[in-house]
Ligand binder design. Structure first.
Ligand code: ASP
Length: 439
């Protein structure tokens, strides 16, 4: 049995937590490969090493040398080295890293040094080999080259029963370091899990898994014990971000389940994410509720729209020209609407799009509503039960909320409800009460 464990920034925050991690790893002999993030916050208001590295990149580009931000990073790693009593010469490693940052002047290289240094330290602490992300994770044209990475990783892991891998970065074919987007160590963990042929990908963080809804809106929501990759995708995409959204794909393809676990409460069961085929239906039809404010709906109406060939294509071409993506496209026989993240429409983009759509398809009417919040109600259990939508909309009606938009995914896995921003919290609470409160 092989488990790959990825530890996030708060699990790497200082020497004490690293010792905790060592204990967790050594408690289970199946935990053979460990993927690490850079040190995160120790307390609220603290800094993350990766943020200081981005500052260091600016310092080097302005003044040629690492500056104050790097001094803080060096202090942090030196005190970790002292706490752990390592034989590794952390000061020399920091010195060498500073010179490499100044020489390469690459934003991605600089940003990756948090994971590199943490990986070196953890490998020493666990007494296992260190694998540099640049050697085993390949990027082409800025994107992860999956097959090549898989090949490189398999070759590197062969003959190594245990190892520590630095998360967050890889390199292109010329050896230039390339990072994933923020939080990308989750993706590194997923590709290592696939290449190692792991039975389980453990993602260790500072929460005990997923909650059924935002705890800032509902006090003490239920913990989600298990959910499918598809459900997670619907939920995380809407903002319930515990796991990097791209981390799902490599493990999903290989059918490897992911367990979200808490380094600070290791006995908690956490949340298990499984392939849909292995999904076990719970008693509740709804698995989770997620949502986000500030969407804009562009609504179009035109008689006989359904018979006009290429109508949608012309509208989509306008969006594409502006590099604007849409989240949903609810439509009727003579109507069509696009739900777009309002952040994409600032700086006059919305007005230009309106004008170009008018020109392209001459709609009878074109209306725009801003300030819309979307709420995704997600659960495989909804598709096999009658009356879920009735319960959902009755609960929303009882809360006195007017529904501005409805979109039911074709898989019946989710129902998306659009309401005014101001009604967002109230609607989430009403839905939670309806589906999760007992008695
Ligand atoms: N350290 C990186 C970040 O802060 C990557 C990661 O933690 O996954 O985004």
């Amino acid at each position: 049995m092989i488990k790959v464990c990825k530890f996030g920034g708060t699990s790497m925050a200082d020497g004490m937590t690293m010792l905790r991690v060592k204990e967790i790893v050594e408690r289970d002999p199946a935990r053979r490969y460990v993927v690490v993030s850079a040190p995160g916050k120790r307390y609220s208001g603290d800094y993350k090493v990766t943020d200081l590295l981005y500052e260091t990149d600016r310092d080097v580009k302005e003044g040629g040398h690492v500056g104050e931000a790097y001094a803080k990073i060096a202090d942090r790693f030196r005190s970790i080295g002292k706490e752990l009593g390592l034989s590794l010469d952390v000061s020399a490693l920091l010195e060498e890293t500073a010179r490499a940052i100044e020489k390469r002047r690459s934003r991605d290289f600089t940003a990756s040094r948090g994971e590199y240094l943490t990986g070196r330290i953890m490998a020493e602490l666990l007494g296992v080999p260190f694998l540099d992300g640049a050697e085993v994770i390949r990027f082409r044209q800025g994107r992860l080259a999956e097959e090549e990475t898989d090949r490189l990783l398999r070759a590197a892991l062969k003959g190594k029963p245990r190892a520590v891998v630095a998360g967050f970065y890889g390199a292109d074919e010329e050896g230039n370091v390339v990072t994933f987007s923020r939080g990308g160590s989750d993706v590194s963990g997923a590709v290592v899990a696939r290449a190692a042929g792991a039975e389980l990908y453990e993602n260790w963080t500072d929460v005990s898994g997923f909650l059924a809804c935002d705890p800032h809106i509902v006090a003490g929501p239920k913990q989600i014990k298990s959910l499918s990759y598809k459900e997670l995708r619907e939920l995380s995409y809407m903002g319930a971000n515990v796991l990097h959204s791209e981390a799902i794909f490599p493990v999903r393809e290989a059918g490897i389940p992911v367990r979200i676990l808490n380094t600070f409460r290791p006995e908690d069961e956490g949340t298990l994410i499984v392939p849909s085929a292995r999904y076990e239906y719970g008693d509740l039809p709804v698995t989770g509720i997620a949502g986000k404010k500030d969407f804009t709906v562009v609504f179009l109406e035109k008689s006989l729209m359904n018979a006009e060939i290429g109508f949608a294509h012309k509208v989509l071409t306008v969006l594409r020209r502006h590099g604007v993506s849409f989240e949903h496209m609810p439509s009727g026989i003579d109507t069509m609407s696009f739900v777009i993240d309002s952040a994409e429409l600032g700086g006059g983009v919305l007005e230009e799009i309106e004008r170009e759509i008018e020109e392209a398809v001459s709609p009878d009417s074109l209306r725009v509503f801003g300030g819309i919040a979307l709420i995704a109600v997600v659960g495989h259990g909804m598709s096999s039960k009658v009356g879920i939508a009735a319960r959902l909309f009755s609960a929303i009606a009882r809360a006195g909320v007017n529904v501005r938009m409805i979109d039911q995914g074709s898989s019946e896995l989710n129902i998306i409800v659009g309401v005014e921003n101001e009604q967002y919290e109230r609607t989430v609470r009403a839905i939670y009460e309806e589906f999760f409160r007992e008695g």
